[in-house]
Ligand binder design. Structure first.
Ligand SMILES: [Zn+2]
Length: 170
């Protein structure tokens, strides 16, 4: 099932998500639906609040279907290590059409649970490091625009308000 993507302005995106405690068939179905919804929206990462579900679940595939081994499921993820620096363009499915330069760590290690509830650690560099940070922050109710200047953020928010008034942001 493909869920519509929740856009900026919906409070679910700025609310810390709930810890997952049930590792059942419903969770597996939700994870499958999240991948399907992410691909349909042409994204490489998706957090459950972005489909209106306030649970600590994120999916990532920076290969966008090219490499089956690139599919990453993160349940209850925590950042355990950050190293180095990178600067690059970043966007979000919940803020379509916008992109901004965001400074991030170059290498990131995350500790998370899989769909069975088993803990694992994974380390990513460059785009994967960026995705790990971006998606984990979504589960804390934090958006990438918190990393840009207040001036740039205000300009973006004004543009969004205009789109909302025109009925082009829903
Ligand atoms: Zn996002």
């Amino acid at each position: 099932m493909i869920y519509p993507i929740v856009k900026y302005g919906d409070p679910v995106l700025e609310t810390p998500a709930q810890t997952v405690t049930e590792f059942d068939e419903d969770l597996k179905k939700l994870v499958d639906d999240m991948f399907e919804s992410m691909y349909a929206a042409h994204g490489v990462g998706l957090a459950a609040p972005q489909i209106g579900i306030s649970k600590r679940i994120a999916v990532i595939d920076i290969s966008f279907k090219e490499d089956p081994n690139a599919k990453l499921i993160l349940i209850n993820p925590e950042i355990v290590k950050k190293q180095g620096k990178q600067s690059g363009s970043e966007g979000c499915l919940s803020l379509p059409e916008f992109r901004e330069t965001v400074n991030r760590a170059k290498t990131v290690t995350v500790r998370a649970q899989d769909v069975e509830g088993k803990w694992f650690e994974t380390t990513g560099e460059d785009l994967l490091a960026r995705a790990l940070l971006h998606e984990t922050e979504h589960l804390q109710g934090r958006l990438y625009i918190s990393h840009i200047s207040a001036l740039k953020r205000d300009i973006m928010k004004r543009k969004i308000k205009k789109l909302m008034r025109a009925g082009e942001w829903k």
